[in-house]
Design a protein around this ligand. Structure first.
Ligand SMILES: [Mn+2]
Length: 283
């Protein structure tokens, strides 16, 4: 019998470089253990790899192609569900290795807490690290029901690590306490990206970690997420913001909170793929 070649997508499309040759290394962090509402983001990495073959490697927006770059897709980290500190340690270890080797890192969440592991690695290597944060939620609680490590507290923990220097965009959901605390402690643009260019001017020449919670998008274009928040930005707004970070020193980035099973149409996963493509081509 003739051998049948089964073409199962194992990596994100166009990301077929070796680790040694790669300028950018992506990996998945399939953890959703502190999700406050609907879990399922642990399946995002596998979903975007499969779905990525439905879109082109070429970006007409940027006139660039993933095939022109050297990107290595390392696959999904093996994470022990239920052990938050061990999960964060394993993420930090993976991110540290990539950053120490002089490569950029892109992590696919998972829920938003995974960002903390990567920011720990980036902040150790790059003192004076700035956080650029796109999200519907402020994620600035000091604790969530007593838990200090949660996707609802993640940016507060990052703020502690980098000593301020947090710039938030698209935020439209918070407690009163978070709202008041934010006014004193972070730069926050509610609802949209209106002041992004000023922030980008301010961040030029400084090390930046970019974290994109996809629920910054309006749930009409992106319903596949754990805590959907109406009133979000459009897809065009988001990729325009992603394109504008080009030229900044982005030492690490992540895309998180896709929970593919809540969108039976699969469109949310395609949206995530296209954001990831534009991000890889921009950082
Ligand atoms: Mn969010």
């Amino acid at each position: 019998m003739k051998r049948i070649k089964i073409n199962v997508p194992m990596v994100f499309m166009g990301c077929e470089s070796s680790y040694d040759e790669a300028d950018l290394v992506m990996f998945g962090a399939p953890f959703d253990g502190t999700c406050s509402y609907r879990p399922g983001s642990r399946f995002a990495g596998a979903a975007v790899r499969t779905e990525s073959y439905g879109i082109e490697t070429y970006s007409p927006y940027l006139e660039r192609d993933l095939a022109d770059l050297s990107v290595f897709d390392a696959g999904e980290l093996d994470l022990p569900f239920g052990n938050i500190s061990e999960v964060l340690e394993r993420i930090e270890e993976a991110a540290s290795e990539i950053i120490s080797d002089g490569k950029k890192m892109l992590m696919i969440g998972g829920e938003h807490l995974v960002t903390l592991g990567a920011v720990r690695a980036a902040a150790k290597k790059h003192p004076g690290l700035n956080i650029l944060h796109f999200d519907a939620h402020a994620d600035l609680r000091d604790d969530y029901m007593g838990e200090r490590l949660s996707h609802a507290t993640v940016i507060r923990r990052c703020h502690e690590l980098v000593g301020g220097k947090v710039h938030q965009f698209g935020i439209r959901s918070m407690t009163r306490e978070e709202d008041l605390w934010a006014r004193e402690n972070v730069i926050q643009r509610k609802y949209d990206f209106e002041t992004l260019d000023e922030t980008i001017d301010d961040l030029r020449g400084k090390p930046v970690y970019l974290t994109i919670d996809l629920d910054v998008l309006d749930p009409s274009i992106f319903p596949g997420t754990g805590t959907p928040e109406p009133g979000g930005v459009s897809f065009t707004d988001l990729i325009s913001a992603v394109h504008r970070v080009k030229g900044l020193d982005i030492v690490g980035c992540d895309v998180n909170e896709l929970a593919p099973h809540y969108d039976g149409s699969g469109v949310s996963t395609v949206v995530a793929c296209k954001v990831i493509r534009e991000l890889i081509l921009s950082v």
